[in-house]
Ligand binder design. Structure first.
Ligand code: AMP
Length: 627
């Protein structure tokens, strides 16, 4: 009997691992392989793919430069600044809507979607088209591949829903995401700052649509982000808008109709002219602008000096510097503690930006690498680390807002503090509040305030199947785990039975930058009042538990207590009940603390009696409230 003949494999599966910078304005891919780090492009072409998608009447969508060219001719069918809409709801993007020449509506889940030629396209789908274009161009430059894996970057300020939207876009594009990494942290790797023994680094990243500043610490090749601040709606696009408004003002003064100034074709052409002028002014002291739109009867010519442009954008640059100061303060550092400053993003080519950053940090920034390539190169470096190429570098990231759980009475138990290095986990014990309680509702919160009502709920779930037992006896361990991509998983487990429940948080949509800002500021401004209120809530909850324990045991124990003790206890119980009835809003922390302490004092003899009873052994070391 002969052997079965086997087919010879004629095709070896080739796998490439890319670093992809998915930008608001431009996207690109890089690789770090045996030939070293480099951005990738087909022969003779630019590595940069404009993050623009054009939807034609028939056939496939155009992506990149071909799509950007359509922006003027056919603006209502051209999607740009897509990244601003990732993981967002309509309410989050009101300010942007007026500038958009296309229709935007809401999905059933209140997420933004674009409407083009009667078709609905989500930002994830549009981003998937961009990712695909970037990856395919890169892979072609490498001679082809079957499997594409990537590290994709996002602004440090992106919250979980925005990161999730990015992961979803990659999935749609058929790309396996190895990790989502913040843009500023990737930049440090590109500059090889991991080779430094130790030091503090500020990364100032001003792109087309986003601004991030990160303060990093490097120690023996290990990066840690100490703090981040930024604005997901501030960038070079806003510089362009300043210029568009300047054109509109001048045209208005010349008697141009409002209708023309709001025409999508005008807006699109003005945007291109503005961007062009801005780029010229990075190298020239003045520039000429010409907008000829015969269909609109418009022929506009003007000259703009760098000084005029700088005056227009100074308030925007000042905003970025405010964020820099806050990030430094959050990291407990002064400008003089910094060893390096890195500039990232196309808008850091503006001379005034460079000068102001140097003045604010007191240090000349790194500008040796192309600011448009830095992030993709850093992502490629990270991909290299993850696939085992370089084991000497570890990249750590932080979470921008605190995460916690709602506890009894609406207070917040913080589980993971803002600016914690990720990945990280925290486990804390919780218990039941009433006898025979078989379920526990868990409300996961994000924000800096002490009360649940003032934080944002990321999701809710219930742990069921807790065996009936007296209040306070169930032991529920709740674990928060934030993975390296910023995805949060919450697990609750009742320890005696092992029943467990898990949720991976995928909220409806992300926070706007204004919301993140507001949450942080409110957190600072209300810190003392919030703390007092939270303490009052906790004290009231504690008194409730104590009262129930006292009432449960008093009848059996009272023959062993003298009259005076019983009177004191009754009086303290009345006061405690009155405080509970008033609620935490109506009483101050000091008063409720005093009432709680009196109740505890008055119940000590009862506790002593109980301790002496048969349960003594079982309960030694426990407080009355635990019984
Ligand atoms: P990014 O998001 O990093 O790709 O940054 C793109 C932004 O950089 C856009 O707003 C561009 O208009 C801007 N940009 C690119 N080159 C220049 C330049 N030479 N001067 C000023 N801004 C520039």
């Amino acid at each position: 009997m002969g052997y079965i003949e086997l087919n010879v494999l004629d095709h070896v599966v080739k796998n490439v691992v890319l670093g992809i910078d998915l930008g608001t304005t431009n996207s690109l891919a890089a690789i770090w392989d045996a030939d070293g780090p480099r951005v990738l492009a087909p022969e003779g072409e630019s590595p940069i793919v404009p993050s623009v998608v054009y939807v034609p009447e028939k056939g496939k969508a155009l992506v990149g430069s071909a799509a950007k060219a359509q922006a003027v001719l056919d603006p209502t069918h051209t999607l740009f600044s897509i990244k601003r809409f990732m993981g967002r709801g309509i309410g989050d993007i009101q300010a942007d809507l007026a500038m958009l020449p296309y229709k935007v509506s809401e999905t059933d889940r209140h997420l933004v979607q674009f409407e083009v030629r009667g078709k609905k396209i989500t930002p994830q789908q549009a981003s998937a088209l961009i990712l695909q274009e970037v990856a395919l161009r890169a892979v072609n430059a490498l001679g082809g591949a079957d499997i594409i894996q990537a590290v994709i970057t996002v602004p440090a300020y992106f919250d979980e829903p925005q990161r999730q939207a990015t992961r979803d876009a990659a999935k749609l594009a058929g790309i396996e995401v190895l990790r989502i990494v913040s843009e500023p942290t990737a930049a440090c790797l590109a500059y090889g700052l991991d080779q430094k023994g130790e030091g503090n680094i500020a990364v100032y990243d001003l792109g087309g649509g986003t601004f991030d500043v990160s303060i990093l610490r490097v120690d023996d090749g290990v990066f840690q982000v100490l703090s981040t601040a930024g604005d997901t709606a501030l960038g070079g696009d806003d510089f362009d808008r300043c210029l568009i408004r300047r054109f509109q003002d001048e045209l208005r003064a010349q008697g141009c109709a409002e209708e023309t100034l709001a025409d999508p074709q005008f807006l699109s052409a003005a945007r291109l002219a503005a961007e062009h002028a801005k780029r010229d002014l990075s190298s020239d002291p003045s520039t000429r602008i010409q907008l000829s739109l015969p269909e609109l009867g418009l022929d506009y010519r003007t000259t703009l000096t760098r000084a005029e442009f700088e005056a227009l954008i100074t308030p925007l640059i000042n905003k970025t510097l405010d964020h820099c100061r806050r990030a430094l303060a959050d990291a407990n550092l002064k400008p003089s503690d910094l060893d390096e400053v890195v500039l990232v993003g196309g808008s850091t080519r503006v001379p005034l930006v460079r000068a102001q950053v140097e003045a604010a940090f007191g240090r000349k920034p790194h500008t040796e690498l192309n600011p448009d390539h830095v992030v993709a190169l850093g992502a490629a470096a990270q991909a290299q680390v993850l696939t085992g190429g370089r084991r000497d570098v570890l990249l750590l990231d932080v979470t921008p807002l605190s995460l916690g759980l709602e506890t009894m009475g609406g207070a917040v138990a913080k589980m993971i503090e803002r600016n914690s290095t990720i990945p990280c986990s925290h486990t804390e014990g919780f218990t039941t509040y009433v006898d025979n309680q078989t379920g526990l509702d868990l409300n996961i919160l994000q924000g800096e305030r002490e009360l649940a009502a003032n934080c944002r709920s990321l999701g809710q779930f219930k742990l069921t199947g807790i065996p009936p037992m007296p209040a306070g006896m169930a032991k529920v361990a709740v674990r928060f785990h934030l993975d390296a991509d910023g995805q949060l998983t919450v697990t609750a487990r009742e320890e005696s039975t092992g029943v467990a429940s898990t949720i991976t948080v995928e909220p409806m949509h992300g926070l706007t930058d204004a919301e993140v800002e507001a949450m942080l500021h409110e957190g600072y401004a209300n810190a003392q009042a919030d703390f007092d209120h939270r303490r009052a809530v906790e004290l009231i909850t504690e008194m409730g538990t104590m009262l129930r324990a006292i009432e449960k045991n008093l009848e059996a124990a009272s023959p062993q207590l003298d009259k005076e003790t019983l009177e004191d206890l009754a009086e303290a119980m009345v006061a405690a009940k009155a405080a509970i009835a008033k609620g935490p809003e109506a009483i101050d922390k000091a008063a409720v603390q005093a009432t709680r302490d009196s109740l505890e004092q008055a119940s000590l003899p009862l506790a002593a009696v109980l301790m002496d009873s048969v349960v003594k052994k079982a309960v030694s070391g426990k407080q009355l409230g635990d019984l």
